[in-house]
Design a protein around this ligand. Structure first.
Ligand SMILES: Nc1ncnc2c1ncn2[C@@H]1O[C@H](COP(=O)(O)OP(=O)(O)OP(=O)(O)O)[C@@H](O)[C@H]1O
Ligand SMILES: [Mg+2]
Length: 246
């Protein structure tokens, strides 16, 4: 059952995720049903351990859902029908992550950490734009114009987080609107002003390019400022959805 006009970025039909570690089974997500349209900015709220990161990992193709689930459709296609190649192309070209922990390459400078995120993209898309220039520009936009050649170990926690953000955002210049940016507490280590600046950058990209953004936060005022829709996850269940604005 592939939906209506197919403007959905993702559709979850009865999707669950159970982790088994040793003798313990954790039902991290239980029977989720949800559609997210392309271009939406969805904020995910919920207590610690409720399944938010698991939810992002499912959409990013990092964790597979339970086998007996119904359907997880990403850009009009059930992920069960993606070939391995299509799935790795998806992870490379159509999805960006800003993780809860920063995942920078320790042996690369800030600038090279941003450049590498673009360099792995599909070649055709890269030829048109100047990668070096855009990487620098995004580091400047997150306030790190004077830290281009620092290594992660020489940067503060918040600065490292901003390099990871610049890497995810710079890449978006090279993709089309068929792109999902997944953010796991992206401003958790930042002061209010810097955090707001970064959320504004993301909103600009969402409006200019039309990408879909799904952002996890514990901060209600961020949610209200940023979201076109807020969803809440509690004990693995989709608890409540509120429409904020278009
Ligand atoms: N790889 C794993 N193996 C086993 N259990 C896991 C695994 N990853 C997560 N869990 C469990 O699944 C549940 C949901 O975890 P998840 O990381 O999605 O929560 P979260 O909502 O992101 O929490 P937080 O706000 O603290 O980041 C938790 O109870 C966690 O202990
Ligand atoms: Mg988490």
């Amino acid at each position: 059952m592939i939906s209506e006009k197919n403007t959905n970025a993702v559709e979850l039909h009865n999707i669950s995720k159970t982790y088994i570690s040793g003798e313990v089974e954790v039902e991290a997500l239980i029977n989720l049903n949800l559609k997210i349209k392309m271009g939406e900015r969805v904020v995910v709220l919920g207590p610690s351990g409720s399944g938010k990161t698991t939810f992002l990992n499912l959409l990013g193709g990092i964790t597979p859902p339970d086998e007996d689930g119904d359907q997880l459709i990403i850009f009009r296609k059930n992920i069960k029908d993606y070939t391995q190649k299509q799935f790795s192309d998806y992870r490379r070209d159509k999805v960006g992550f800003i993780f809860q922990f920063f995942n920078l390459f320790p042996s690369l400078t800030a600038l090279d950490n941003v450049i590498i995120g673009i360099n792995i993209l599909n070649k055709k898309r890269k030829e048109k734009l100047d990668i070096y220039k855009i990487a620098k520009e995004y580091l400047k936009k997150v306030g790190l114009g004077n830290r281009l050649y620092h290594y992660p170990s020489q940067l503060s926690g918040g600065e490292q987080q901003r390099v990871a953000i610049a890497r995810a955002l710079a890449k978006i210049q090279f993709v089309g609107k068929e792109f999902i940016l997944l953010c796991d507490e992206p401003t958790g280590n930042l002061d209010t002003d810097t955090g707001e600046r970064i959320l504004n950058l993301m909103m600009e990209l969402n409006k200019e390019i039309g990408i879909t953004i799904i952002l996890v936060t514990h901060n209600l005022s961020i949610a209200q400022m940023f979201a076109t829709r807020i969803i809440r996850i509690k004990n693995g269940l989709l608890d409540k959805i509120s429409q904020v604005k278009n």
